[in-house]
Structure formats: C-alpha cells, structure tokens
Design a protein around this ligand. Structure first.
Ligand code: FAD
Length: 454
C-alpha cells in the first residue's frame, strides 16, 4: 500500500537505505566498490585511516618498502564514491533490534551508526594462544604498527651487535627466531637473511651481518603446509640455500626478552632454549575482540579462532540484514586469504545492490572461485599454486610479483613498489630503514637509562 505521502502529486524523495560497512580491508573495500552506483548511503567505519595491503607487510618490516607504499588512505581510495562516508572509529557493540551499531572515537567517546544493512569485515588479528604477554617480545605481523615495530627490532639488533665487544655478547643479537612456518613466517625468515647478506653486508665495521642466524620454528612436518608437498619441498630447499635454519615438529612454548623455549611436538616433549634477542610471531590468527560482542548480541556461533559461522549467502543465521565477510567469516573452511575477502565483499555488495534495486531480498549463495595462492621465499624464488598449475623458482617469483602489483591499491603504490623492487634487485640496497619509537614521549627517551639500573 503506498503511503499518503507517496501517492500525493508531489513525491517526497525517500532517504536511501543505510549500509554500514565495518572494516576497510579487502572485503570492506570490495563491498563498497560494488555498491558504488547503488541508491544507498554507505558509512565505512575503520579503526585506522588506511587500507593496508597485508601481503607485503613483511617487506615494510625488512626495509624494502615504505608504509606508504603498502597502504592507501581510505578517504583517498573512496574519494570518487559519492555515496560513501568514511568514518574513523572502532566498532564496539551492536543492538540488532534497534539496528544500531555503537563505535568509539580516539578519545573514547561513543557514537551511533544506524543501519538497514550491515556488512562486518573486521578481519582477524595475531593469536598468541593464551599468552598475550609474548606480544612485548614477539610482535606479530598484521598491522603497519607491527611492521614498524619489527623493523625497529631488526635494525636495532644489528646496531646493538655492532656496538658490543665480544662475539659471545653479539651472538644473541644476531640470532633471529621466527615462530610459524606458514607463508608469513617463511617470507619473514627469507627476508631477514636477504637483509643480512645483501643489504647490510658492507655497511658495518665490527660485525659481519651475514653471520646472522635465522631460526624458523614450525609445529608441522613441513613448511607451507597449505601448498602441495612438492612446492613445500622446493621452498625448503631455497630456505636451506639462503641459510635459514628450519626446525620442524616443534612449538615455541615460551618467549622472554632474551630468547625462546621450544617443545617438540612428539611424545617426548623435549624442551630446548635458544638465545635470541629478536623473536617474531606468525603462529596463527584469532578473531578481533568485536567478533565476540557481535556473536553474543546476534546469538551467532563462533568456530575456529573465533570466526563467525555464516549461511551460504554469508548472512548471520537469523539476521538477513547482517553479513560477515572476509577473514572473519566461517564457511566451508574457506581459507583466510585476500581472494576470499575480495570475492565475499563483492558478492555482498552485489546482493544489497540487487535487493535495493529490485525491492526484494536476493539470496543466491556465495560461490568462491579459487584462483590459487602464491608465496615469496627469497630473491628469484617464489611459489605459485593455481588449480593443476605448480610453479616454483624464478617463474614462480615473476608470477608472484605480477599478482602482488596487480592487487596493490593505486598506480602510485604500484609504480613506487616496482621501482623499489628493481633497485633492490639491482643493487641489494634497502632504503626504508628509518626506525620510529611509537610516540614523541618514547622518542625523547628511547634508551634505558643506565643510572636507573640497580
Ligand atoms: C602478513 C600477511 C601476509 C599475507 N599474505 C597473503 C598472500 O600472500 N595472499 C593472500 O591471498 N592473502 C594473504 N594474507 C591474508 C590477507 O591479507 C587477508 O586474507 C585479508 O587481508 C583479509 O581481508 P579482510 O578484509 O577480511 O580483513 P583485513 O584486511 O584484516 O581488514 C580488516 C579491517 O577491519 C578494521 N577493523 C578491525 N577491527 C575493527 C573494529 N572493531 N572497528 C572498525 N574497524 C575494525 C581493521 O583496521 C582493518 O582495516 C596475508 C595476511 C598477512 C597478515
């Protein structure tokens, strides 16, 4: 039944449906892009100001790329989308009956966002499996802050070693331990050796950076378990060649300021200690805290790592106006990779656009098309696995480069990254090695004061 207002001769324009997108990662951005021409008012909320290209974070951490080259300001990225309003804030709670999302600003004050359709794309964070105290010694690799913290640790470790008088004192500073033999751990381990053997090789006078030991610890029986066995064996061969010491079948069971303890995964549970002043953590992910609030408020089920179980159309069961997409969604054990995030975001954007245009809900199930995966191992060595295609070595490395450049946001980032890669390949140098201390207060006193030692 048309309302009196609609049937009168002067039609009043009804407000467009409100779409709130939480998260400006791959899933959130692809949802917003798909809704670009739809008659909806979109608010994209993120706790950060930029879309971050996580697959290249490790290159920012090891001084190859700048943080600017692997990220794009969300406002700039979406400046041409007239129906998108970008908001900075952290989603905190939700009232599904009132269709209100509450977020907080930097200063802790709260604000509400009203929605007709809600897309949750807040991703995952590094998991420390009940040992959050490790974070201070072993940063993870999920954010630009993580990458810059790791860069600070790496560069500082070489500087510390240079300043110490004896080999015994230098050794722990020149030992780098990486927990987790998935793509991020393998990429980090390979890059640290490259940094040591190529970029820093002739810059120090007391130490030989190429003596840096890089230890990679993994609980499984091979690195890169998500790849075909042959590819994972090829990756292992390259890691051995570049000098990464791989320890398989062991879990890192303790981390402190001076090193780590490992425990073998077999029945013997043999413990071993390694002195290493730089420890990096890439062993697993878990849902961001907002996921638990969401699941609680919606009565949704959280599965592995706190992911939220969704229907085949990516809605939360019992909530046809709320979708969970990207890394946070749990559906058919789909992997937490960029392609799943992009396709799921695009799919939901399309469903909402069709629903708004047609006036009735569109419930076609989500179908993921697997275009394969790639992992960087070392200079001129990468893996590509796509359907029956298995490529490693130089051909894999070229394919890896093409894929990553294609998905980087913005021409400027693509050009800058290509230029940096070419320069580093030709000269071995890495220029993005400035280190930061987090905030001006820490920067005023970045070193421990010897007079305060007891
Ligand atoms: C180091 C690393 C390397 C990777 N390499 C590859 C690779 O080679 N190939 C590949 O396919 N995939 C790779 N991935 C995985 C890929 O990056 C993820 O699958 C993808 O980023 C997931 O996208 P998303 O949009 O779901 O989440 P994200 O990209 O994580 O985005 C989530 C967004 O939500 C925001 N957010 C979080 N909580 C809140 C909140 N409460 N309120 C508001 N905003 C919030 C965050 O700031 C962030 O911008 C890698 C990931 C990492 C960390």
């Amino acid at each position: 039944m048309p309302s009196a207002q609609e049937s009168s001769s002067v039609r009043v324009k009804r407000p467009w449906p409100r779409v709130v997108i939480l998260g400006g990662g791959f899933a959130g951005i692809y949802a917003a892009r798909r809704l670009r021409n739809a008659d909806v008012d979109i608010t994209l909320l993120d706790r950060g100001t930029s879309h971050v290209f996580q697959p290249l974070l490790y290159q920012c951490a090891t001084g190859l790329l700048s943080e600017g080259e692997i990220s794009s300001p969300l406002r700039h990225l979406l400046r041409g989308h007239r129906n998108v309003h970008v908001a900075l804030g952290e989603a905190r709670s939700i009232d599904p009956d009132a269709k209100v999302l509450t977020a907080s600003r930097f200063d802790g004050s709260a604000f509400d966002l009203h929605y007709d359709y809600l897309i949750v794309a807040v991703g995952m964070r590094q998991a420390y499996h009940g040992h959050d105290e490790y974070i201070q010694w072993a940063p993870g690799m999920k954010t630009v802050d993580d990458a810059l913290a790791i860069r600070r640790k790496l560069i500082s470790a070489f500087e510390m070693a240079e300043s110490l008088p004896t080999a015994r004192e230098r050794r722990p500073w020149l030992t780098f331990a990486v927990a987790g033999g998935g793509p991020t751990g393998v990429e980090m381990a390979g890059q640290i050796r490259e940094l040591a053997t190529h970029s820093l090789a002739h810059e120090f006078r007391s130490i030989d950076p190429s003596e840096a030991r890089v230890l990679l610890f993994h609980g499984g029986d091979r690195v890169l378990e998500s790849f075909d066995r042959k590819l994972s064996a090829a990756a292992q061969k390259t890691l051995d060649k570049v000098g990464v010491e791989t320890h398989l079948g062991v879990h890192v069971t303790d981390v402190c300021e001076t090193g780590i303890e490992t425990t073998s995964a077999d029945e013997a549970h043999t413990k071993k200690r390694y002195e290493a002043r730089t420890v990096l953590w890439t062993a697993g992910v878990e849902a961001v805290p907002f996921a638990a609030h969401l699941a609680d408020a919606l009565g949704a089920k959280q599965t592995h790592g706190g992911r939220i179980e969704v229907e085949p159309d990516l809605t939360v069961p019992g909530h046809p106006d709320i979708w969970v997409v990207g890394d946070l969604m749990s559906l058919d054990e789909l992997p937490g990779v960029a392609e799943v995030a992009m396709q799921s975001g695009k799919y939901v954007g399309g469903r909402i656009a069709k629903t708004v245009a047609g006036g009735k809900p569109d419930r076609k199930p989500f179908k993921y098309r697997d275009f394969g995966s790639a992992a960087y191992i070392a200079r001129r060595h990468a893996l590509l696995q796509a359907g029956p295609i298995r490529i490693s070595g130089f051909a894999g490395w070229v394919s890896w480069g093409v894929i990553h450049i294609a998905f980087l946001a913005g021409y400027r980032n693509r050009f800058g990254t290509l230029l940096n890669w070419a320069t580093t390949l030709a000269t071995g140098s890495r220029r993005e090695r400035a280190i930061t201390y987090g905030d001006p207060e820490s920067a005023r006193q970045p070193y421990a004061d010897p007079s305060s030692e007891s």
